[in-house]
Write a protein that binds this ligand. Structure first.
Ligand code: AMP
Ligand code: GLY
Length: 441
């Protein structure tokens, strides 16, 4: 554990400045919420994106090293730093900040391995008795092909390493499974991340993203959310990083939430501490609610994207104060408040996503969408030489809104989406629909 500074609310520093690392929709939402909190006077984001300009100051720094992030935090004189994406975590940015006594929200490199290696996360789950799909590990194509007949269809193949949501194949036929094995081991699908592959049973059920904020001891749960990973309506087509999400009270019952905390989150935090690699920051359990109970599909070491957009939209706490306490190991006693109104985020993706993406298409309608009551969190956008907003990545932006009920939140988000225009735009039309089918709580 890192050394703790004594903390009390009266010692909360004045004029707090925060640095957010990242440049996607998740970081736009984080910056937007931080800027609204009473305790933050300045929000910096690196590298940020054009959508954040009115809530934060963007500082360009692409794919920086931990040392470069530290140098930036020192130059800006920030009080603490929040890490959005997984790559800087796996590179050890939190380890370096802690060594230098700089408060930061996120797990160390060793703890981020819960996301960085599917093999490691499976081992942790097995050793801590956390419910998860039966699996085997294959280190060569031949080993994987030999293991496949031991699994029924559909079967799930997962690249061990980080693959931006694209390293998982759900194969419905034997041919798809063996083609998937070849695509992973050839490096074609997920590069080096696919040189080791987890093969596991397919679990049918309802997916839930369960994210907590922890300082290694105290766990503060965020509201459960639901992502939509497949590119097309009705969960058809290949997996993406997430095409939309919603946050509503009927995703889990109180009893289910307690069960996740007791059977998944607490044993994971305990197992990581026992290994000498305590987990701090955002722990994201990707759950499948099956007929046989709760199962864990995966862990992430960060907030989900686009889950974060719905969480930030719905939260009504002073987020800066909460994160400062997380960064300084003082989460005890913290709770987070949520508006009663559910929130929905619908992602607009670029031509070709999740395959080869075309960039440079002109975007219009952001202001009109916001005039209708939605918030547009930008992700894959940039300004061209003429100052016009153009596409610059696969997931371009997320139109986010809330409403008196889930239907109203969906209507408002889709009304906003109708205003957004760019060549090749595609988005799912059924984000939130699964929540409508569930009973209210
Ligand atoms: P992961 O990166 O492990 O969350 O996998 C990406 C997506 O693949 C998940 O969000 C699920 O939609 C799907 N998936 C992963 N593992 C399984 C499984 N064992 N059974 C069913 N679907 C799965
Ligand atoms: N939306 C899923 C993720 O962030 O991994």
């Amino acid at each position: 554990m890192w050394k703790r500074a004594p903390f009390s609310l009266t010692r909360y520093p004045k004029n707090v400045k925060v640095l957010v690392i990242g440049g996607g929709g998740r970081e736009h939402a984080l910056a937007w919420r931080l800027a609204r909190g009473a305790s933050i006077t300045r929000v910096y984001v690196t590298p940020g994106n054009p959508g954040m300009a009115n809530v934060a100051e963007c500082v360009p720094l692409e794919n920086a090293t931990p040392e470069e992030y530290l140098g930036l935090a020192e130059r800006l004189g920030v009080d603490f730093t929040v890490v959005g994406p997984e790559a800087p975590l796996v590179a050890g940015v939190v380890d370096l900040f802690r060594q230098c006594g700089k408060p930061i929200v996120g797990p160390t490199k060793a703890a981020a391995n819960l996301e960085g290696s599917k093999v490691f996360s499976k081992e942790i789950m097995n050793s801590a008795g956390i419910p998860t799909a039966r699996y085997t590990i294959a280190e060569s194509e031949a080993e994987a092909l030999a293991a496949l007949p031991r699994f029924e269809l559909p079967v799930v193949l997962k690249a061990d390493g980080l693959a931006a949501g694209k390293g998982v194949i759900v194969a419905k036929t034997r041919d798809e499974a063996s083609d998937g094995v070849r695509a992973l081991f050839s490096g074609q699908l997920a590069g080096d991340a696919g040189r080791v592959v987890v093969i596991e049973d397919f679990l049918p059920g309802r997916e839930v993203s369960f994210i907590v904020l922890t300082d290694g001891e105290t766990v503060v749960p965020l509201a459960p959310t639901q992502d939509h990973k497949a590119v097309h309506d009705g969960d058809e087509g290949p997996n993406t990083g997430g095409m939309g999400a919603f946050c509503a009270d009927n995703i889990l019952t109180g009893a289910e939430t307690q069960e996740v905390l007791d059977r998944v989150i607490a044993p994971t935090i305990r197992a990581m501490a026992q290994r000498g690699t305590p987990f701090s920051g955002f722990l994201y359990a990707g759950l499948m609610m099956t007929e046989k109970g709760i199962q864990v599909l995966e862990f992430n070491a960060r907030l989900g994207d686009p889950e974060c957009q719905t969480l930030m939209h719905r939260m009504n706490s002073d987020w800066g104060a909460v994160l400062y306490r997380a960064a300084t190991g003082r989460l005890a006693g913290v709770t987070i408040g949520w508006d009663a109104a559910p929130s929905v985020c619908v992602v607009a993706a670029a031509h070709g996503y999740p395959g080869q993406v075309r960039t440079g298409d002109s975007i219009s309608g952001v202001r009109d969408a916001e005039a209708g009551g939605a918030v547009v969190f930008q992700a894959g956008t940039r300004l061209n030489a003429q100052g016009g907003l153009v596409t610059a990545g696969g997931r371009v932006l997320g139109v986010t809104a809330s409403g008196v009920d889930l239907r109203a939140a969906m209507n408002r988000a889709y009304l906003g989406m109708e205003q957004i225009r760019f060549e090749g735009i595609h988005f799912r039309r059924d984000i939130g629909a699964k929540g409508l089918a569930r009973r209210p709580v």
